[in-house]
Every structure is written in structure tokens, then in C-alpha cells.
Design a binder for this molecule. Structure first.
Ligand code: SF4
Length: 253
């Protein structure tokens, strides 16, 4: 998607939200872009805080998740707990069944361990393509990205243009520390994934995520078998990803 970057619109929006608390900024965006603001959740700590703000504020913001089919059971339990706690609708996007069937038939259930190309192929089928469908018609995508999660993310902006999907991305927690997020989660008794208490600061698919030592790079437990990669899977790519040309830009998630 090669829409022109709306620099003036981005700058004006960034200026307006810069001095607002995230909950206020989310309300502003929901009012300015009615029916066109969507939040993605993987039920990680940051996303749970965003969900709290959306739910408590009764904000008309779509909440969606990408159910890759390979998530931890603890993540599904967090999903259920979130529904029970807030009573909000969370849309689920799944990979195209025919694509998964073809991948499994050709390469089996663990092809991602064999090569980076295979891993990005699986991420494309299970995450990137469903994300594109989830974001169709969306003007503003709200994410739980934090700058301190990785050098790639430190380069991101509070309000930025996502050229891969042709929309504005708002990262309200960009400058939050992990400690600050935990403080909010505890203060508001927000349900969270128990894996965070077991050494998983970043939680993705079960076969591709493991616990890390205290103080270690928070994303080092993702695709740990890959050397010298940016621990990203293409959700936050700056260029459109294709199945044959997986996202490789350093901003790719
Ligand atoms: Fe596939 Fe692993 Fe990517 Fe999940 S994280 S989509 S299982 S390669």
C-alpha cells in the first residue's frame, strides 16, 4: 500500500496527544475517527492496560486479536478472563485455513525451526495476512509497543505512519517503563497472563517463545534459536510483506 504520508496530519495529531494521558488521547482519537480506530491485543501486559482504558472508558474502539492457532493455553485463559472482567467484544482473526493446510502438508508443524525464511513464512500466514484483514477500513491502529522493548522500537514515534497498512499508528505506551505498566496493572487489578510471573516478559506463540533470565533482553525469548535477528515477525513492518518476500525491515515485529 503506497498511500502518500500525511505529514501535516500526523504532526498535528502528535502535538494534540503528546500532552494527554493515554486514556484521554484514546477518547480523542475515537471521537475524531468514529468507527475507524482499532486496537490489537495479544493479551500481553501492555495490551491488557490498553484494554482496560478502552473498556473502562466505554470507548468505541474495536479490539481484535490474532489467534495464530499456536498460542499458549495461558494466553487463551487471559483472553477468557478479559472477556469475563470487562464484558467487551474482542474480535478474533485466524489464518486462512487453506494456507495453514498447505504449509503443514508441505513442511509439517515445526518448519519455523529450520530457517528464518520458514519462520517468516509461518508468521506471514498466521499473523501478517490476518492482521491486514483485521486492519481493513481502519484509520488509526493502537498498539502496546514500548520503546525499551528493543532498539527497533526505540526508533518508533508516539504517532507515526504505517506504510504497510496505510494508516496512522498510535503507540500510547511508547515511553512507559515496564515498572510503570506493572504499577497500572496492579493499581487497577487488571487480569494478566500468568506467564509474565514465570519469566516471560514477551509472549507470542508457544513453540516460539521461552522464558528469559531476570534482566535479559525482554524479547530474547522470542525465536531464541535464531542468531542475530531482530526478534520481529512482520506485524510492524514499514513495508508491505508478502509470503515470498517476508518483512525484513528492522521495524518488523
Ligand atoms: Fe509461526 Fe512461530 Fe511465527 Fe507463531 S511465532 S506464527 S508459530 S513462526
Amino acid at each position: 500500500m503506497n498511500l502518500p504520508v500525511p505529514h501535516a496530519q500526523l504532526a498535528a495529531l502528535a502535538e494534540r496527544v503528546a500532552h494527554l494521558a493515554p486514556a484521554q488521547a484514546l477518547a480523542l482519537l475515537a471521537a475524531e475517527y468514529p468507527g475507524q480506530v482499532a486496537m490489537s491485543t495479544s493479551f500481553g501486559l501492555e495490551d491488557q492496560l490498553l484494554t482496560y482504558w478502552v473498556a473502562e472508558g466505554g470507548l468505541p474502539i474495536r479490539v481484535f486479536t490474532l489467534d495464530t492457532g499456536r498460542l499458549f493455553e495461558a494466553t487463551y485463559k487471559t483472553w477468557s478472563a478479559t472477556l469475563d472482567h470487562y464484558g467487551i467484544a474482542i474480535e478474533a482473526y485466524h489464518p486462512q485455513p487453506t494456507a495453514v493446510e498447505a504449509l503443514l502438508a508441505a513442511k509439517g508443524p515445526h518448519s519455523f525451526y529450520a530457517s528464518i525464511e520458514n519462520r517468516k513464512e509461518c508468521c506471514y500466514i498466521r499473523k501478517v495476512e490476518p492482521l491486514a484483514r483485521a486492519l481493513a477500513g481502519t484509520a488509526v491502529w493502537v498498539t502496546g509497543i514500548r520503546a525499551e522493548q528493543s532498539p527497533n522500537r526505540a526508533d518508533m514515534a508516539l504517532v507515526e505512519w504505517d506504510p504497510a497498512h496505510g494508516l496512522i499508528k498510535y503507540n500510547p505506551l511508547l515511553h512507559y517503563s515496564e515498572t510503570e505498566v506493572w504499577a497500572q496493572v496492579r493499581a487497577h487489578t487488571i487480569p494478566y497472563n500468568v506467564l509474565h510471573d514465570r519469566g516471560f516478559p514477551s509472549i507470542g506463540c508457544e513453540p516460539c517463545t521461552r522464558a528469559v533470565a531476570p534482566g535479559a533482553d525482554p524479547r530474547s525469548g522470542r525465536w531464541w534459536w535464531e542468531a542475530n535477528t531482530n526478534r520481529e515477525c512482520g506485524l510492524h513492518s514499514s513495508t508491505p510483506a508478502t509470503e515470498t518476500e517476508p518483512a525484513t525491515h528492522p521495524h518488523a515485529r
